[in-house]
Design a protein. Structure first.
Length: 85
């Protein structure tokens, strides 16, 4: 289930920031994001919020394993397509 951006704005700021940080750290691990310094992280969090607002990134809640995470919308389409194959 996709969590609408409007609902994300209702979360406490620290909760959304932590979710974004977790996403960014996965990007560090796979090489998509470069660096963990404080100023770089804050800038990346702001960029991620903008991408969430534009719908390029989405927050997905999985009822199957009771987890939540951020995905790029293209990953979501691939994931959903795999379910129907």
């Amino acid at each position: 289930m996709i969590v609408p951006f409007e609902a994300l704005k209702q979360l406490p700021p620290d909760t959304l920031n932590n979710l974004i940080r977790e996403y960014l750290l996965t990007q560090v691990e796979d090489g998509s994001f470069d660096g963990l310094e404080s100023s770089g992280m804050e800038q990346a969090i702001a960029q991620c919020r903008a991408l969430l607002k534009r719908g390029e990134l989405v927050v997905e809640y999985s009822e199957d394993n009771d987890s939540i995470g951020i995905r790029h919308k293209s990953q979501l389409a691939q994931h959903q397509g795999a379910e129907y194959d």
